[in-house]
Design a protein around this ligand. Structure first.
Ligand SMILES: Nc1nc2c(c(=O)[nH]1)N[C@H]1C(S)=C(S)[C@@H](COP(=O)(O)O)O[C@H]1N2
Ligand SMILES: [Mo]
Length: 406
């Protein structure tokens, strides 16, 4: 077969399987014409995202924000990163949605419809920080495979739902419960429905926290499809992979949940520090729990210009996993000296905190503004990269922006 004909036939084959029908008049399709069905959907339109967001992958869809887009105190959908491991469920039907609670450690499994969850249990709203464990991965060397997140795989939206604790109380637990694991409606990239793209969870103490929600609203509206419509688990302060989207089942386990991506090296780091590039055995890896202290300068945008003698007001957010942020400092001399920023308390536990500072620069020239947060246990962000790990997780290095004084 001629190469041209071969390519055309391959395209037609793919197109036909996508429309699920014969393409009538296919013999009239011009040589280099790409049937519309093969056009990629516009992810910005598809997910209502700002055009300034960066697409890192289209299969599965992964998208991140830039630092200055995260300036809002409550992250709006248009600036919220998307991290998918598989394919988003098609048209999930909220009116027929069910959540099963089962597992070795429930007394008797129980099924709730979405409406039962909403009417039977008290609803709570919290702002919760969700950061992908791989946020900042792009800086590690040797590089780690996976989405090359820079700084934008973090959000702090407002989530409304019922407490997982109240639902588990209603079902009734045995006293050997150790962990919960979520199961969801997204599909594996291979199309194999017997495989889950991801099925992670949290230990009981995290599952039973007041802020751990089974959520059906984000920022006061139905959760956007890409973020888990119609039902998602939200466990703020932990790697966001623990916050299952499109959940239809939660299993209460009598052992550490063993779903997809629970095993090392997924979402695990070496239990003890290793040299960059070192091979680490699975048994020497530990599951990531609370995320480390971190901050982000969201105003101004890096590359800002300011007139000499003017004051530059910077602002941003800081968060520290399960802990509160105690202080944030900034440096304009590459970390040699630090100055205190003003810092707000979180609106609720596990929400990011806002900081700001007014900076005067001593003379014209190029500067970098660095921000460094310290958590309530006195642990600060590293100025440069933290410990290398095989999958490039937990990069909480100080965020830096460039500023020119003219
Ligand atoms: N069902 C399901 N839940 C999931 C994922 C997924 O691929 N499928 N990705 C996880 C990961 S790795 C992250 S970082 C967050 C991302 O949440 P977001 O896309 O709403 O920002 O969802 C988590 N929950
Ligand atoms: Mo993630």
């Amino acid at each position: 077969m001629k190469r041209k004909t071969f390519i055309k036939n391959t395209f037609l084959g793919i197109a036909a399987s996508m429309v699920g029908a014969e393409i009538v008049f296919s013999e009239s399709i011009p040589e280099h014409y790409r049937p519309l069905i093969l056009e990629e959907p516009d992810p910005y339109k598809l997910f209502n995202k700002s055009k300034e967001m960066t697409v890192l992958n289209n299969r599965p869809w992964n998208m991140e924000a830039k630092a200055h887009l995260l300036d809002d105190k409550i992250t709006p959908n248009k600036y919220m990163f998307i991290r998918n491991n598989g394919l988003i469920p098609k048209d999930p039907d909220a009116s027929n949605w069910k959540l099963v609670i089962d597992g070795e450690s429930v007394i008797k499994p129980k099924t709730f419809t979405l409406n039962e969850l909403k009417s039977k249990f008290k609803q709570y709203t919290y702002q919760l920080t969700l950061e992908c464990g791989g946020n900042g991965r792009s800086e590690f060397n040797p590089p780690a495979k996976g989405n090359q997140w820079t700084v934008g795989a973090v959000s702090c939206a407002q989530w409304t739902g019922v407490r997982l604790r109240d639902v588990l109380d209603d079902v009734g637990l045995k006293n050997d419960a150790v962990y919960i694991g979520y199961h969801a409606a997204d599909t594996h990239l291979s199309g194999d429905t017997s495989k889950a793209p991801i099925s992670r969870g949290v230990p009981m103490y995290k599952a039973l926290q007041e802020e751990t929600l089974i959520a059906f609203k984000m920022n006061g509206e139905a959760i956007p499809l890409a973020h888990g419509y119609p039902l998602r688990l939200v466990a703020g302060g932990w790697p966001a992979s623990a916050s299952g989207k499109w959940i239809n089942k939660i299993s209460v386990r009598n052992k550490v949940h063993d779903g997809t991506k629970m095993k090392a090296p997924s979402y695990c780091v070496p239990c003890k520090p290793v040299a960059p590039g070192e091979k680490v055995k699975a048994e020497d890896m530990c599951i990531i729990e609370s995320m480390p202290v971190k901050s982000l300068i969201t105003y101004p945008k890096t590359g800002a210009m300011i007139q000499e003698a003017r004051v530059l007001e910077i602002r941003g957010h800081a968060w520290a996993g399960e802990l509160e942020v105690k202080s944030v400092a900034y440096s304009i001399d590459f970390g040699a000296t630090w100055h205190t920023c003003s810092l707000e308390s979180p609106v609720n536990r596990l929400a990011w905190q806002h900081f700001s500072a007014r900076i005067k620069f001593p003379q014209k020239g190029y500067y970098e503004v660095w921000a460094k947060a310290t958590d309530s246990e006195g642990v600060s962000q590293p100025m440069l990269l933290p410990g290398w790990n095989p999958k490039g997780y937990l990069n909480n290095a100080c965020h830096r922006i460039a500023v020119k004084v003219k």
